[in-house]
Design a protein around this ligand. Sequence first.
Ligand code: ADP
Length: 151
Amino acid sequence: MKRAIFPGSFDPLTLGHYDIIKRGVTLFDEVIVAIGVNADKKYMFSLKERKKFIEDAFVNEPKIKVVTYKGLTVDFCKKIDVEFILRGLRNPADFEFEKAIAHTNRDLAPIETVFLLTSADTSYIASSIVRDVIRNKGDYTKLVPKSVKIK
Ligand code: ADP
């Protein structure tokens, strides 16, 4: 069985993430959306909220799981016996950043990173922009799945 993890902060889940996850399940038998927990990072949404947004978005998708993890992504892959890391690419800046991480991960463990190019209509969406729109009381609903609800 081919399984991949899709790691990230998902603060919050966006239509860009949603697109990559949906397309990921056409390539893998299981896609595990893995929310990385970084104690030094400040998040807009709690871990519980971020997890629920993703679970609710994929409630009818048995091939998609949501988990949280601490530490190195490759160590987590080894722990749950996953051979692939799925990542999305939006632009040259993403490519340079992802290339360095993927090479480092390959030095650390025999795990392949598989990249999907963003869909044209979601390529401009980033969690940081969504947070900015939310902070400034703008209409964020066109940028995120319906499951992302702000109290
Ligand atoms: P990180 O904190 O690791 O950057 P994110 O939650 O921002 O985590 O993103 C997780 C993954 O989703 C990354 O591979 C990122 O490139 C990808 N991604 C984010 N936004 C988009 C988008 N609009 N289209 C495609 N991929 C995206």
